[in-house]
Design a protein around this ligand. Structure first.
Ligand code: 0O2
Length: 218
């Protein structure tokens, strides 16, 4: 996560305050970059791919729970190394095509480094979860050094977000042990969400075509 610049060497972040300061700064940086991308898109294509952006820092309880679940001790070093989503940004888009366009725009930026990609749209999770995940490193410029800080970017449609939010609540209630018929029904809902997204995208394509034809004939 860290790179050495100038005199100061960051082998590890040693205290919680520094850790949170860096992740909070990384969220600010990423949020601004994403809003600028959206504005540029609006300016060049007269279209906003982004519906909402939500930034959050993972709670200490949730960080410790994740480390424990993966068999790691709750140390600052382990948090930095093993928890990729302490800083998280969720981008909600209108259409699945927007997701890939945005992901491509983010990946091409020279001021970020993509560390990992997970396409849960092409390959949904066992639960039915669909979303596009990117782990990026954002350089945080301090007075005497630069620290690359990890941020997880989740990009999904409104429908995928609706499913994920409700499924998260339900799964939380059962602490991962939901009765099988509930898991089955949730998976079925995920398939409906996928169909809905496909239909909305093809409808949008048809609208764009029809509008262009109308403008041509006007
Ligand atoms: P919360 O409460 O959202 O913070 P990794 O170390 O990155 O390889 P990880 O973290 O399991 O392993 O990565 P993954 O699978 O990409 O999941 C990261 C996040 O995606 C989760 O964070 C959830 O926000 C979301 N997610 C993944 N699977 C599901 C799912 O089945 N249902 C829902 N609703 N969300 C999911 P956290 O820390 O689990 O939760």
């Amino acid at each position: 996560m860290l790179r050495k610049i100038q005199e100061r060497e960051y082998d590890a972040i040693e205290d919680w305050e520094t850790l949170i300061f860096l992740y909070r700064s990384a969220l600010r940086e990423i949020e601004t970059k994403i809003m600028i991308l959206n504005d540029e898109f609006q300016q060049t294509h007269r279209y906003n791919p982004i519906e909402h952006v939500k930034a959050r820092l993972k709670t200490p309880e949730s960080i410790v729970k994740k480390l424990r679940a993966n068999g790691h001790e709750s140390t600052i070093a382990n948090m930095v190394r093993y928890v990729n989503d302490i800083a998280g940004i969720r981008i909600t888009c209108s259409f699945t095509s927007d997701i890939y366009q945005l992901a491509d725009m983010i990946a091409k930026r020279t001021d970020l480094k993509v560390l990992n990609l997970k396409d849960y749209i092409q390959h949904p999770k066992e639960s039915g979860y669909q979303s596009y995940h990117m782990i990026v490193a954002v350089p945080i410029f301090l007075s005497d050094s630069v620290v690359d800080t990890k941020v997880e970017i989740q990009i999904r449609t409104i429908a995928q977000d609706f499913w994920a939010s409700l499924e998260h609540k339900i799964a939380y209630k059962f602490e991962g042990n939901a009765p099988s018929y509930i898991s089955r029904e949730l998976k079925e809902c995920a398939r409906i969400v996928e169909k809905l997204d496909e239909k909305m995208l093809s409808l949008n394509n048809a609208i764009v075509k029809a509008k262009a034809l109308q403008d041509q004939n006007a």
